[in-house]
Design a protein around this ligand. Structure first.
Ligand code: ADP
Ligand code: MG
Length: 348
């Protein structure tokens, strides 16, 4: 069953006399216990999508159109206080920068305790004790040793990786069903990143938590996601299972993203030639066409619909129209994919 369904979502920002179309009509669904990765270059509309879902769009932003449903309940028409009941308890967020989201002058344990949800008729002191206990449990679950001591520490005394653990504990404190992680490992080095990804992967396995995992780095996706949606210029251009996207990518933009992935332990991505379009201008046709060596005339004239590759795999590119010339995935990329497949198969 889908617990989150986004349909034809459009979000725009005030930009002087014009409007900037940050999200231009996207569909997403997340099933219970599933991790969906949302991948795309910086500026493609990933964070705006997540903020729209949580109802925390900044001033000047507007949902133009579309529907966001949590367990069948429409969120876009809720009042602020109704939304507050959803945020945290149902859908919770791990923000990109753990330093900015923590209060610098409050002890980390108390910050987690504050987010613990506790109803029922407990006395004030019972509540306090319960929340503290839960905060400590969460800290331990996050792999923090000496949780009792660290409870009283301030964020600035902690390393980036430790702060990220605290922020995840805080997001989990109200026991949400869906966790939205917006680039949770971007600020971390490769070793710590791997630890945090394992931690998040464990939450999926042990708690059956559903996740929307946002990243610009396709490399981290294979470690955590079940399905992947690739986003470009405010649209989803390809969606499929992790295997479909990694072994059989179809959209030229997905090819470009994959070719930009670094090898080995290097963390820096190579940049994709060209730049993302100006989202204040009306985009006609396929937004990626000006950067694609496979662009055809129709790509500049008409927006491509989704073509079905399998029941789970869809791609928005005219290349998959029955009348389009057959195009194959670039040779270099094919080779990398074959190598990766051999490597993965070798490990069983
Ligand atoms: N507060 C804001 N005001 C105006 N434009 C914004 C604001 N936040 C984001 N945008 C614009 O919306 C688009 C999508 O941004 P964002 O969702 O942050 O991208 P991503 O998270 O994929 O890097 C970008 O063109 C960005 O400039
Ligand atoms: Mg972002």
């Amino acid at each position: 069953m889908d617990i989150l369904t986004v349909k034809d979502l459009k979000v725009s920002f005030e930009a002087g006399a014009e409007r900037l179309n940050a999200v231009r009509g996207i569909d997403l669904e997340i099933k219970s216990g599933e991790v969906l990765a949302l991948v795309g270059e910086s500026g493609s509309g990933k964070s705006v999508t997540s903020k729209a879902i949580l109802g925390i769009l900044p001033r000047g932003a507007r949902i133009e159109k579309g529907s966001i449903k949590y367990r069948g309940r429409e969120l876009t028409s809720l009042t602020e206080s109704e939304l507050e009941a959803i945020r945290g308890r149902c859908i919770s967020m791990v923000p990109q920068d753990p330093f900015l989201s923590l209060d610098p002058i409050a002890r980390v344990g108390e910050q987690i305790a504050e987010s613990v949800f506790c109803d029922g008729c407990l006395s004030r002191s019972e509540k306090r004790r319960y929340k503290r206990q839960r905060a400590l449990e969460l800290m331990r679950e996050m792999g923090i040793v000496n949780a009792e001591e660290r409870f009283y520490e301030y964020p600035f005394r902690m390393s980036g990786g430790m702060r990220q653990r605290i922020v995840i504990a805080e997001a989990l404190a109200p026991s949400p069903e869906i966790l939205i992680c917006d680039e949770p490992t971007t600020a971390l080095d490769v070793t710590i990143e791997a630890q945090i990804l394992d931690l998040l992967g464990g939450l999926k396995k042990d708690r059956g938590l559903s996740m929307l995992f946002i990243t610009h780095d396709l490399g981290v996706v294979a470690r955590i996601a079940d399905r992947v949606a690739v986003m470009y210029a405010g649209k989803i251009v390809e969606v499929g299972t992790v295997d479909e996207i990694f072994y059989d990518p179809k959209h030229p933009y997905t090819w470009a993203l994959m070719s930009s992935m670094p090898g080995g332990t290097e963390k820096r991505l190579k940049s994709i030639p060209g730049s993302v379009p100006d989202m204040r201008k009306k985009i006609t046709g396929d937004a990626f066409a000006p950067r694609s060596e496979w662009a055809m005339e129709i790509d500049y004239a008409m927006e491509p619909p989704f073509f079905k590759i399998s029941d789970t795999h869809r791609v928005a590119s005219w290349l998959y129209h029955p009348d389009a010339p057959r195009v194959d995935i670039p040779k270099d990329l094919r080779k990398r994919i074959e190598e990766r497949r051999a490597h993965t198969d070798g490990r069983g």
